[in-house]
Write a protein that binds this ligand. Structure first.
Ligand SMILES: C[S@@+](CC[C@H](N)C(=O)[O-])C[C@H]1O[C@@H](n2cnc3c(N)ncnc32)[C@H](O)[C@@H]1O
Length: 311
């Protein structure tokens, strides 16, 4: 390492240490002197290399879907209830987090391909920030689900992603877990075709990963058999009545002990639909099973992803 390189590293360390009080500094010093950080570093490197697989898939997907990640055959409508009810077609821009991470988005904004603002009265200085929304889970979220939230060993377990879209959750489960069966049910045919292409192009084991083109409500047998069910926010895709019906359907068919993973609390989702009270006794919230790995993730993700078990 050059002298300048070392200087730069020392500078970055000091920047970090300057934020700590004496006790915190002692803890960090011990962590380094005991060499425990070596194990953590190795784990972090393993995570990075697993993430590489998903980066490759994301890059391939960019070529298969429109830039906005929405298919011509889809009817995606901003919701009228809930925490995304402020979204409209004019003020909201869809950018798929699985295809473009934060750094990519910054680059897209810099290059002008993605706009940050919209004009609210055509005198262009009077602008407002666009709301960015993603219909897929990000790589970081998927790493968190499989390396922090769920138990490490998923051998013999069946995972279902409700509305698998471009397949992000399926590929995450495939690479970051040993779940024996990974199924996506997606009602949009074009999305299913895209997932099929990725599964083929990346030679994934079709005995383990599968996509079914259907409304999930027509597949209660699969729902009943699943041990882990991922349900990303569906607000943009179903109206209030259908959304309620789906939750009644899940309550009827998901078996006891099944894990449900959501990216918004059930209290919020069901509260917005005005049906929370009927579901109060249905689920219990679970603590992460691999809590020791939490240090590898930022606290933002931690507060956005929920793990429940059916009582
Ligand atoms: C927010 S996206 C989730 C994508 C993916 N699960 C993820 O987290 O990356 C929701 C998807 O659910 C699909 N969907 C909504 N209702 C559905 C239903 N009743 N049956 C099957 N798919 C459905 C939509 O077409 C959409 O692609």
């Amino acid at each position: 390492m050059s002298e300048d390189g070392l200087l730069d590293i020392k500078f970055r360390f000091l920047d970090l240490f300057a934020e700590l009080d004496e006790t915190e500094l002692d803890v960090v010093e011990n962590w380094i002197l005991s060499r425990a950080y070596r194990k953590d570093l190795q784990f972090r490197k393993d995570l990075d290399s697993k993430e590489e697989e998903l980066i490759k898939i994301g890059k391939k997907l960019r070529k298969l879907v429109p830039f906005e990640g929405e298919m011509p055959s889809e009817n995606i409508v901003p919701p009228i209830v809930g925490d995304q009810a402020d979204c409209t077609k004019a003020n909201t821009c869809h950018i798929d987090e699985f295809l473009y991470d934060e750094k990519d988005v910054e680059d897209l904004i810099k290059s002008g391909k993605l706009k940050k603002h919209y004009c609210i009265d055509c005198n262009s200085r009077n602008v407002k920030e666009l709301i960015y929304t993603s219909h897929s889970m990000s790589r970081q979220t998927l790493l968190f689900i499989f390396n922090v939230l769920l138990p490490t060993d998923l051998e013999g377990k069946r995972l279902l992603d409700v509305g698998s879209r471009l397949g992000a959750v399926l590929y995450g489960a495939y690479h970051f877990s040993n779940a024996s069966s990974i199924i996506g049910i997606e009602m949009n045919k074009e999305c299913c075709e895209v997932q099929e292409k990725i599964i083929s192009q990346f030679s994934m084991d079709r005995n383990r990963i599968k996509v079914i083109h259907s409304d999930v409500m027509e597949k209660h047998d699969i729902v009943q058999l699943s041990d882990i069910i991922v349900i990303n926010v569906l607000d943009f895709f179903v109206d209030i009545e259908k959304h309620k019906e789906m939750w009644y359907f899940f309550k009827k068919h998901i078996k006891k002990g099944t894990f449900i993973i959501t990216n918004r609390s059930m209290a919020d989702t069901l509260g917005y639909l005005d049906i929370f009270e009927e579901f109060m006794e249905w689920l219990t919230i679970c603590k992460p099973y691999q809590i020791e790995n939490e240090i590898f993730f930022n606290t933002e993700i931690n507060s956005e992803i929920f793990l429940y078990a059916v009582k």
